[in-house]
Write a protein that binds this ligand. Structure first.
Ligand code: ZN
Length: 83
């Protein structure tokens, strides 16, 4: 996926990797099973979003970067999921 680096914005005051809970589940890395992440808000590149048939979701998404292996998981904010 093409991701705009310029769109990446550090979350407010996160100074250390944290545990997050999403949809009632503790977020874990699917690659290494680590449970500490850096949260980032990022923009999806238009071309990338269209390639993924996600043009409607263009603009912002949240991503969680695994503190152990660097694997990135993307999540759309609730408002942008409803389509
Ligand atoms: Zn990991």
């Amino acid at each position: 996926m093409v991701v705009s680096e310029r769109g990446a914005v550090a979350s407010s005051k996160q100074k250390a990797p944290e545990r997050f809970e999403l949809a009632g589940q503790i977020l874990r890395c699917p690659f290494c099973a680590h449970d500490r992440f850096w949260r980032r808000k990022a923009l999806l590149n238009t071309a990338g979003a269209e390639f993924m048939n996600l043009a409607w979701a263009n603009r912002s998404a949240f991503c969680f970067v695994c503190d152990s292996c660097g694997h990135i998981q993307w999540f759309l904010p609730p408002k942008r999921r409803a389509r």
